[in-house]
Design a protein around this ligand. Structure first.
Ligand code: HXC
Length: 513
């Protein structure tokens, strides 16, 4: 063994052991760090312990037999990030293109199992040409072994995938099952089939970047949750994300020290415009409510009509789901429903209390939405919120119309506390649409149609577009001044800290996927 370690050290010095070799500085590789550099950036200094450094592949085909490199293209182990235990694997593109062999997969599965047994996050730093071609079905099986463990670990420990190079073919399904995917702009890509297969099958000409780069997946597909300009930024984002997360599903959410002071926030008073049809940025409500600079947005560039992310309230992590009136008037559509549902389920898996901020005119109408399944997809959000047992609080800032009122964490689907600002409009639909339907006859008989419509609209708004009818029924617990929101939420979340809610006994529910 001593001889082997000596040999490993010698190979490391020569740059022949996995993970430490420099890449050629080609355009494609620009700014890419090695697997070991990435790990040392991620972990607290001196905390990383490597597992399986002496593993080599078993392949004896296509010239691989004479080229056994210690570590076999992946560095695995454990260490701490901000003094909390995490497990990591980092694929090493300098060894057989980081391709996944049988032994390489065994190394990854070993740390995944340790992560599950010890209840700590699992982090994958992906940079790989996919299944090692020379190993055939053994490498395909290796991928399936990882997918299977991803599924078993789902909801037990947070799983995070950083894509820092190629990630193609079936390999993409491991990150897809994990909780968060990060991508580096211009040096990483993910696709099921690459540009050449796309050209052959569909005759589309597309570059790897266009097809599956960070831009495509952050804006169009929503596959990636966070993007960064380079490896260093990507690792920094990953470390920041970890600060919000518990270690496992039985852990409590992280809480940093906070001394209560004057929690009134005057800034919240001036956000809602006088004109109910004018947009505003819900992020200013979020930053006004939460601890300073604590909002960490997820999926920022995807389905921008809903905002999701983590923040801290009096030091404690919360998850936020908020309609964004600045984009499509904050309407719920297929993408935003899916985005919010997935985030809600993550928070519920890991005991992260939910704050839902509501300003929603309803679901997006039209053939495109109907034919692509707004019914099934909208139901995902309804289902996810209804089954969430974490503390759930709602604040309606302005519109809460129609079915979207029900879906956005209403009292009726199990929310614990429901607040509304005086500007809230809780109704079946907006004043104009409602007046056109219920006063149709009166308006058509009037000599001045427009004048009559305006009169009826005002009448309707006065009667229905307020929070007070809902408050009379107890569907809203309290109508609060915007400046008091932070104070009220801190108290309400503290009150709910020991909430226990049990769902009916079942194997598992059947969310409309
Ligand atoms: C074995 C591989 C490899 C692979 C790359 N290499 N991919 N070796 N199996 N899958 C090796 C290359 O032979 C080369 O070795 C070195 O890694 C670097 O590769 P290059 O091609 O020189 O690098 P680059 O030009 O940067 O191109 C990177 C690449 C390309 C785009 C990833 O290598 C590529 O297209 N690879 C194949 C991708 C692929 O189709 N994989 C299978 C996907 S299907 P030398 O010795 O020359 O340095 C899949 C199924 C998973 O993964 C199924 C799960 C269910």
């Amino acid at each position: 063994m001593k001889a082997k370690i000596k040999l490993l050290n010698q190979k490391l010095a020569e740059g022949k052991a996995g993970g430490g070799r420099k890449r050629e500085d080609t355009q494609h590789n620009k700014g890419k760090l090695t697997a070991r550099e990435r790990i040392s950036l991620l972990m607290d200094p001196g905390s990383f312990e490597e597992i399986g450094a002496l593993v080599v592949h078993r392949s004896s085909d296509f010239g691989l037999e004479d080229d056994k490199i210690y570590g076999d293209g992946v560095v695995t182990g454990y260490g701490t990030v901000n003094h909390r235990l995490v497990y990591v694997f980092a694929q090493d593109f300098t060894v057989f293109g980081g391709s996944l062999s049988e032994t390489n997969s065994e190394k990854i599965c070993k740390v995944m199992e340790l992560a599950m047994k010890t209840g700590a996050p699992m982090i994958g730093l992906n940079d790989s040409g996919g299944a090692r071609i020379q190993e055939g079905v053994r490498s395909l099986g290796g991928y399936a072994d990882i997918f299977y463990r991803n599924v078993l670990a789902s909801g037990v420990i947070p799983q995070i995938s950083a894509i820092m190079g190629p990630c193609a073919g079936g390999a993409v399904y491991s990150p897809a099952i994990t909780d968060f995917t990060l991508m580096v702009e211009h040096t990483s890509y993910m696709f099921v089939t690459g540009p050449s297969v796309v050209k052959t099958v569909t005759n589309e000409s597309v570059t790897a970047e266009e097809l599956g780069g960070a831009g495509a997946h952050s804006v169009k597909s929503g596959v990636t949750h966070l993007t960064s300009a380079n490896d260093v930024e990507c690792i920094a984002q990953l470390k920041q994300l970890l600060t919000y997360l518990p270690q496992n599903c039985e852990d409590t959410t992280p809480k940093s020290p906070y001394t209560l002071g004057d929690e009134t926030r005057e800034v919240l008073e001036d956000i809602i415009p006088e004109n109910a049809n004018k947009a505003y940025d819900m992020r200013s409500v979020i930053t006004g409510i939460c601890d300073e600079a604590s909002f960490f947005e997820i999926h920022k560039d995807y389905a921008e009509n809903i905002v999701v992310g983590f923040a801290r309230l009096a030091g404690r992590t919360i998850g936020i789901v908020a309609n964004q009136p600045n984009r499509l008037a904050g309407v719920l559509d297929i993408k935003s429903s899916r985005k919010a549902a997935r985030f809600t389920r993550f928070c519920d898996c890991f005991n992260i209390p939910l704050l839902v901020l509501v300003d929603v005119p309803g679901f997006l109408p039209g053939t495109d939405q109907e034919w692509h399944g707004i019914i099934t997809n909208g139901a995902k959000l309804l289902y996810a919120l209804s089954e969430a047992t974490v503390p759930r609080i709602t604040v309606i800032t302005r519109k809460a119309y129609g079915g979207a009122y029900d879906v956005m964490n209403s009292k009726h689907i199990g929310a614990d506390m429901n607040f509304a600002w005086p500007s809230a409009e809780i109704a079946v639909m907006g004043a104009r649409g409602a007046s056109e339907i219920i006063f149709k006859k009166e308006i058509s008989e009037a000599t001045n149609h427009a004048g009559k419509l305006a009169e009826k609209e005002a009448e309707y708004a006065e009667k229905f577009a307020t929070p007070y009818l809902a408050a009379e029924r107890g569907f809203i617990d309290e109508v609060i001044e915007p400046k008091e929101t932070r104070k009220k939420l801190i108290k309400a979340f503290a009150m709910l800290e020991n909430k226990v809610a049990v769902l009916p006994k079942k194997k598992h529910g059947n969310i409309p996927l």
